[in-house]
Ligand binder design. Structure first.
Ligand code: DOR
Length: 440
């Protein structure tokens, strides 16, 4: 890379690693931040400058749970369209889930994704390896990966791992992080029968109810304690699970929450129908409040979008044929920054929940802070202007958002990946490529 890719960001309101703000400049060179100071003097020529007066400079968002559908389901999304959406949303790195076709359960499938990502991704990437009941050897050996993904529920086929003996065997062997989609499949099956024939999508939250989530979370917490195994609870959705973790959370356990479970609840079914259907399902306003409090108190460690796009045509099928999942990478940062403007949390907390804490939990080196030596993955946001989420502006291939019409602030003005501008005031620089993440 030539030094001409150096970037000088001038007069930004920079959030520093201690959570304090400083008005000043940031200089990047060869993918890294080299200097952060009130004013930087450089004799470098051919340097790109951004006048960031009035904008806030944050470390880029690391989204630790997304479904980008490639390979195999590219009619919903692909790695290029998904990462265009990431660039617009200030997401500079992502961790992607194994329920693609073929499933990411082998080194070969992981290598294929990494190769595709190298060719197509505008931002940095990492891919989970999926657990199956067979426990393939690559589950322990595949590299690089942030960890093992287990679907305990709301999945069919090979990726469903709901038998205690299999779970036990996975937890017993190896050391790598295990990330769990915790819903109890036996309870879901039983309740599906009880509610059979109901096509009102609101029943989704009753079938896959709080108890289904709690049972599974209790089960994996026990396993994690028994084997002292690093556990991450994906998209925690209920007050009951938050209370369970509040009572007792081993130091090797982390948990995340989605913006959907913070900002939406079962009242969304009336407004947007099956577009509000996801797994685990939306809960009550009480659950929203308890999850917010758990985030504030560190019971929940960070935020993931669970970006799971489906086409409008697929979503238009009557429940239960409508697929579960919503897109999220374009709206997560503005949603959280709008919450700061409403006094629900601080910008420093949002940075921690959406970047610093994620880098720490997954052992991603050099990310999650604005300081010399860190990777130059940055986002400049505008906290002055409000703009609504508009369907016609959505870059995700699915072409919709559950937050359409929401008037948000904190939209990215610039997104920078490895020192290169990938998104600039509505324009994408589609030639920029991210890199494979590493995990320590
Ligand atoms: O709602 C969901 N959709 N939750 C998941 O865990 C999977 C996802 C998908 O892949 O569509």
């Amino acid at each position: 890379m030539s030094s001409s890719t150096s970037l000088l960001i001038r007069r930004a309101r920079i959030i520093l690693p201690d959570g304090e703000f400083m008005i000043g400049d940031v200089l990047t060179r060869d993918r890294f931040i080299v200097e952060v100071a009130p004013e930087i003097f450089t004799d470098q020529t051919a340097i790109r400058e951004i006048d960031a007066e009035g904008l806030i400079l944050l470390p880029g968002v690391i989204d630790p749970q997304v479904h980008f559908r490639e390979p195999g389901l590219e009619h919903k999304e692909d790695l290029f369209t998904a990462t265009c959406a990431c660039a617009k949303g200030g997401v500079t790195s992502f961790l992607e889930m194994p329920n693609t076709r073929p499933l990411t359960t082998t080194q070969q499938a992981l290598d294929d994704k990494l190769q595709r990502a190298q060719n197509k991704c505008l931002v940095n990437y990492g891919f989970f390896i999926g657990a199956t009941a067979e426990i393939l050897p690559d589950l322990l050996l595949a590299n690089p990966t942030p960890g093992i993904k287990i679907f305990m529920g709301s999945m069919h086929g090979q990726l469903l791992v709901d038998q205690q003996e299999v779970l036990e065997a996975i937890f017993a062997k190896g050391k790598r992080l295990i990330a769990v989609h915790a819903e109890d499949q036996a309870r879901i099956n039983q309740r599906r029968q009880e509610f059979a024939g109901i096509h009102d999508v609101a029943v989704h939250s009753q079938i896959q109810d709080n108890q289904a989530a709690l049972l599974a979370t209790q089960q994996v917490l026990k396993l994690s304690e028994k084997y002292q195994r690093r556990l991450h609870i994906l998209h925690m959705s209920t007050a009951e699970e938050a209370e369970l973790l509040r009572q007792h959370k081993p130091s090797w356990v982390t948990a995340e929450v989605t913006p959907q479970h913070l900002f939406l609840n079962t009242s969304a079914y009336e407004k947007i129908g099956t577009l509000a259907q996801m797994n685990p399902p939306l809960r009550s306003p009480h659950d929203n409040e308890v999850l917010w409090q758990a985030l504030h108190d560190g019971v929940i460690d960070f935020i993931a979008t669970d970006h799971a796009p489906h086409t409008l045509e697929e979503k238009a099928q009557p429940y239960p044929n409508s697929p579960s999942g919503m897109p999220g990478v374009e709206t997560s940062l503005p949603l959280m920054l709008t919450a700061t403007a409403q006094g629900r949390c601080s910008v420093a907390q949002v940075v921690n929940w959406m970047s610093t804490a994620v880098a720490k939990a997954y052992g991603i080196p050099n990310k999650g802070a604005i300081a010399p030596g860190y990777d130059a993955d940055l986002v400049l946001v505008d906290l002055q202007t409000y703009r609504p989420v508009l369907r016609e502006e959505i870059l995700s291939k699915c072409g919709w958002s559950p937050f359409e019409g929401w008037n948000l602030t904190g939209w990215p003005a610039y997104t920078i990946v490895g020192g290169e501008i990938v998104y600039e005031k509505g324009k994408l620089h589609t030639q920029v490529r991210g890199q494979a993440l590493t995990f320590t």
